[in-house]
Design a protein around this ligand. Structure first.
Ligand SMILES: CC(C)(COP(=O)(O)OP(=O)(O)OC[C@H]1O[C@@H](n2cnc3c(N)ncnc32)[C@H](O)[C@@H]1OP(=O)(O)O)[C@@H](O)C(=O)NCCC(=O)NCCS
Length: 439
């Protein structure tokens, strides 16, 4: 394969006053083009202004490709549809982290490493139990992921060559213990005693066991439930340069090791505009139910421009035709509700909203389809996972993505620290006034 980004034979010409600046054009493997402005400030004194980086390519990346208009999502070149059908979360995590699908031997080693690391140090478990009962599990997860590094001083030294040499071990520690820490955060909040991981269980069955088993009674894992959870994690495993992944890359660009980098990713994901949407779906359903509505009034309100109401879990900033992940998860959602024989009024409302929105011209004309958060919220509720834990599940799923982006930064020779510029709009220079003279 040719080296990318390639330089196009075309250039962009920027006219500033009477001067013409020739800007090269870079082209990615999917023929996405970008105007290269790296030398613009040196040559002209101007920076580019792009509030929120909505139209800025901040890096080159080989991990994930998205075409929102066409509804395409690919990890390392493999379509999300094919991975969802044929792969598992752990195999897909390997693909994201190492760039290739594993051989049977590689997968078995990767799984064994994850299994070997599933316990956390007793000191960390005790520290975790000291969080107040009302602490949000995302705060606990972020804090404990960073603390986890203190138990592995040799894995997180901030010395790049050394940290990269230990990368396999660090990736396994994080992939495994994020799940254990998440379950402990939940149990500690519920005042439940810890249970320990079981060697014979796969990644998701073990997570369900860690969440729901009691010391004297094992939780019976239904295979369709474990499969649904696996699918949710796989579908969330990476999503290009989103807010939390960009945060991980930003922290990593300063030279930080993996532990603080992914801990920062959890903080970024916590925000309601990012990872909190599946929680918002359930809160919306609860609100509809509590008001005695069957969903019809809420749909009418969502279409009424005089009201500030939106159908949560519908529409997407990037996917403008459909969310490819939603199509996949919907089928599993139907299966889970069936096998669990769920009879929850909230789920009945959800199905009514889905049906109405899919057939209503307002939503059809605006391409407002249910997104992945709509169905993942419903599945997680059906499984019995508390709403506050939804974003935590997202964080477990996103872990391999964060790890692969950290690696990409760490392995880039001459990696620059990420340091955007700004347009300053504050006060111009003024003299310091002594406190007695201030009103
Ligand atoms: C995701 C979201 C922020 C995308 O926003 P966007 O791409 O900027 O889309 P816009 O806000 O420009 O909306 C386009 C039109 O659809 C309407 N619209 C968008 N999402 C809507 C929703 N969920 N319910 C009702 N109307 C919606 C807008 O009012 C607008 O209508 P108009 O053209 O008549 O003014 C938005 O769809 C939304 O708020 N969805 C609900 C929250 C959610 O599920 N977020 C998780 C995404 S993973």
């Amino acid at each position: 394969m040719a080296a990318y980004p390639a330089m196009s034979t075309k250039n962009a010409i920027l006219k500033l006053d009477d001067k013409e600046i020739v800007l090269p054009i870079v082209v990615g493997t999917e023929q996405e083009c970008g105007i290269d402005v790296r030398k613009l400030r040196d040559e002209t004194g101007y920076i580019t202004f792009d509030d929120g980086y909505a139209n800025t390519g901040a890096c080159e990346s080989k991990v994930t490709f998205i075409d929102g208009e066409k509804g395409i999502l690919r990890y390392r070149g493999y379509s999300i549809e094919e991975l969802a059908e044929k792969s598992t979360f752990i195999e897909t995590a390997y693909l994201l982290i190492y760039g290739e699908l594993p051989t049977a031997a590689q997968l078995s080693t990767f799984k064994a490493r994850i299994l070997d690391n599933s316990q956390v140090h007793e000191g960390l478990r005790i520290a975790l139990s000291g969080f107040p009962g009302n602490a949000h599990p995302m705060a606990v997860l972020s804090a404990t992921l960073n603390t986890l590094g203190c138990y592995y001083p040799d894995l997180g030294t901030n010395e790049r060559t050394h940290d990269l040499a230990k990368f396999d071990a660090t990736a396994a520690v994080l992939m495994s213990k994020v799940r254990t820490l998440a379950a402990l955060a939940h149990r500690s909040k519920e005042g439940e005693p810890p249970v320990y991981p079981k060697p014979g269980l796969d990644y998701c069955s073990n997570f369900l066991h860690l969440l729901f088993s009691q010391p004297n009674a094992d939780y019976a894992v239904h295979p369709e439930v474990a499969r649904a959870l696996d699918l949710i994690l796989l579908l969330h495993a990476d999503h290009e340069q989103n807010c939390s992944t960009s945060t991980v890359r930003m922290v990593a660009s300063g030279g930080a090791n993996l532990f603080p980098s992914v801990s920062a990713g959890v903080c970024a994901l916590w925000g309601p505009l990012h990872g909190g949407a599946n929680q918002a779906v359930i809160e919306m359903l609860e609100e509809i139910h509590a008001s005695g509505d069957d969903g019809s009034k809420f749909i009418a309100d969502a279409k009424d421009k005089t009201k500030q109401v939106r159908l949560m879990g519908f529409g997407h900033r990037v996917y403008k035709n459909y969310d490819p992940r939603a199509k996949i998860i919907k089928a599993q959602c139907d299966k889970v509700l069936k096998v669990l024989g769920i009879n929850d009024p909230l789920l009945a409302i959800a199905m009514r909203l889905e049906d109405a929105a899919l057939n209503d011209p307002y939503f059809k004309q605006r391409n407002l389809y249910p997104n992945v958060d709509f169905y993942s919220g419903i599945i997680l509720k059906a499984i019995g996972i508390p709403t506050e834990m939804f974003t935590v599940i997202f964080a477990i799923g996103r872990m391999p993505g964060w790890i692969s982006h950290w690696k990409e930064i760490a392995e880039t020779p001459k990696q620059k620290i990420h340091r955007p510029r700004q347009i300053y709009v504050g006060n111009t220079e003024r003299a310091y006034s002594p406190i007695a003279q201030r009103s």
